[in-house]
Ligand binder design. Sequence first.
Ligand SMILES: [Zn+2]
Length: 422
Amino acid sequence: MYSLAFSILFVSFIILTLLVRFWLASRQLRHVLAHRSAVPAEFAEKIPLAAHQKAADYTIARTQYGLLTLLVNTAVLVGFTLLGGLQWLSLQIFQLTGPGMTYQLALLAAFAAISGAIDLPFDYYKQFSLEQRFGFNKMTKGLFFGDMIKGALLGAAIGLPLAWLVLTLMNQAGNLWWLYTWVVWSGFQLLMMVLYPTVIAPMFNKFTPLEDQSLKSRIEGLMQRVGFASKGLFVMDGSKRSAHGNAYFSGFGANKRIVFFDTLLARLQPQEIEAVLAHELGHFKLKHIIKRIGMMFAISLGFLALLGYLKTQPWFYDGLGVNPVLLPGQGNDAMALLLFMLVLPVFTFLFAPLTSLGSRKHEFEADAFAAQHTDARDLVSALVKMYEDNASTLTPDPLHSAFYDSHPPASVRIRQLTLAAS
Ligand SMILES: [Zn+2]
């Protein structure tokens, strides 16, 4: 009875998500097409028509690709759950391994391998067809498959011990397992923040200390002005994979580092680089990063508590196409984890605008910080170049943008900065 109700609720949310996503995408396509023929007046002197049209075509191609993967992912989700895919997979593995930890880890690994295999042709198409067509792909096929193999090995090396630890807690730590798991999970997240920039990212890219002395002293001057200590300034060979440019900030505590993509350094003037960095430092100084981590921890505590409840409810499994084995020690925990991670996005999708809204608020604040400590006009000219180089549309549909975008639309952002500069 409850199972059927849950199945119906699940299907309703899938349909609702599909409808909302298709509606927003169709708005975006129409809006971008309608503004394709002319550069918006405020950018007319800065961006050539050809670049504007390339951005429109790129946005349209990406939106269409997004719809295709949405359909495929939804079909895969339904296949794994309501159509019995996970149940079948679990039985096959169970016959090989019998109950216990091996079965559970094998189930997680098999699921990851199947999902990866399904994603592969789409990732390949995106890189070597879509990105290629717009001149953004710089990857060789060797690098693409090398990354894939490295990523899979790394995922197994990190994921399997973590999964073992979580499954052991689920099985043996009593009713409050979710609380202990939350402590482990939060510790793992913090550990990754240290390991990612220092160990993991260097497996995929080369990081060299920034050598340009005049740029370096300019940046050090800025860091001193705003009171920021960092372990280093690095240049990353982003051009190895993509022509898209970026700058980011990673690590925390004594491990903070600032990373510039070589593609970005090649395009921006020193004062523009300083302005972009001032924006990034703004995120740090205004405690956006700490707030984001705190929010992430609070949300994961809530979700783990929810999983603590759902794991013991037969309707949760039944309603998602899986026969539950609720006997202790029989190993239903990996299944509970999988189902939870699979269906959670369906139920949280409608909260996406809230996350986007919070993120855009932080972007405005970081822009204001940059305007205060550097010349806002430099950030404007850097942004215009970045929009042009990345073929980001200047004319997104306002609703689509409000729903998804972590950054405010270019025109709104630049208008604010121009006000700050005058
Ligand atoms: Zn930002």
